[in-house]
Design a protein around this ligand. Structure first.
Ligand SMILES: Cc1ncc(COP(=O)(O)O)c(C=O)c1O
Length: 286
């Protein structure tokens, strides 16, 4: 992306900027935490990397206003995962695409949490008719087993890398690559995106019907679901702990959201099993 900006777009050396959204999460390395809007992620890790501009998530007008002649890319999660399963207004991704095209800015989707079937489509951006210039994938690419992640892009962008420009001791690991390919085969052959779509609709509808004074909203797409609790509920963590005691793992995001992201091979019977426990914990925890 850096070289693309300098070589293809002609941005002066070391002046490229990337626009990101508030409430983002893209990882824990120094540049990624540098554009985090969560104080805790940056605490103690300075000095931070410069060159990032933050706009509100879902605000296409703010994106257009933030773009300068030095803007190389807009990096955004199609649904914010760690940020609390926040789904942007429908149309935002399409508008962002148009704005990026108009200004020759690369549109990059972070699909590490949402990609490869999780949200009921192969990629979450496919809920809108959009074509990104780059996609990051990870998590599901590993089959939940072996460290592998990837950046997918066009020939034009990838082509600026020359031998020696980039590298890592374990990069290009053949076992990881084989596992990634096998995981992709399983996702396609077992129709996991379609399954996530169908079971996700069922799961969300049932969660929405739970009558608990703690629940503010249930939202999500496919099998990436957030149950937001009112602040008076005392935080999502204690409910996640209670669920763990029942044999059900759900990790909170931010303070008040319980995230349900079950394996995509889950069955409807297993969702029913989970629903019974979730309802009990949400209605009997004092
Ligand atoms: C959207 C998103 N991007 C990036 C990451 C970080 O990925 P990794 O842990 O592979 O660095 C995560 C992890 O949760 C994520 O949710």
């Amino acid at each position: 992306m850096r070289k693309w900006a300098y070589k293809v777009k002609g941005i002066p050396e070391n002046q490229a900027e990337i626009i990101v959204c508030s409430n983002n999460f893209s990882g824990r390395t120094i540049s990624l935490i540098s554009f985090s809007t969560e104080e805790q992620y940056q605490d103690g890790f300075g000095p931070l990397t410069t060159g990032f501009k933050v706009i509100p998530f879902g605000d296409a007008q703010a994106l257009e206003q933030a773009i300068t002649s030095n803007t190389a890319a807009f990096l955004v999660e199609p649904i914010q995962g760690e940020g609390g399963i926040i789904v942007p207004p429908h149309g935002f991704l399409k508008q962002a695409e148009q704005i990026c095209r108009d200004h020759n800015v690369l549109l990059v989707f972070d699909e590490i949490q949402t990609g490869l079937g999780r949200t009921g489509k192969m990629f979450a951006y496919q809920y809108e008719d959009v074509q990104p210039d780059g996609i990051t994938v990870g998590k599901a690419l590993s089959g939940g087993f072996y460290p592998i992640s990837a950046f997918i892009s066009t020939e034009e962008v990838m082509g600026v890398f020359q031998p020696g420009d980039h590298g890592s001791t374990f990069g290009g690991n053949p076992l990881a690559a084989a596992i990634g390919i096998a995981a992709l085969d399983v996702i396609i052959e077992e129709k996991l995106p379609e399954k996530a779509l169908k079971l996700g609709e069922y799961f969300i509808e049932k969660l929405q019907s739970i009558k608990s004074t703690y629940i503010k909203e249930v939202r999500g797409k496919g099998l990436l679901i957030g149950m937001e609790l009112y602040p008076e509920a005392g935080g999502a963590r204690r409910f996640c702990k209670a669920l763990a005691k029942e044999g059900l793992l759900a990790k909170e995001t931010r303070d008040n959201v319980i995230r349900f992201a079950p394996p995509l091979v889950i069955s409807q019977d297993e969702i029913d099993w989970a629903l019974e426990k979730i309802e009990r914990v949400l209605t009997t925890t004092g």
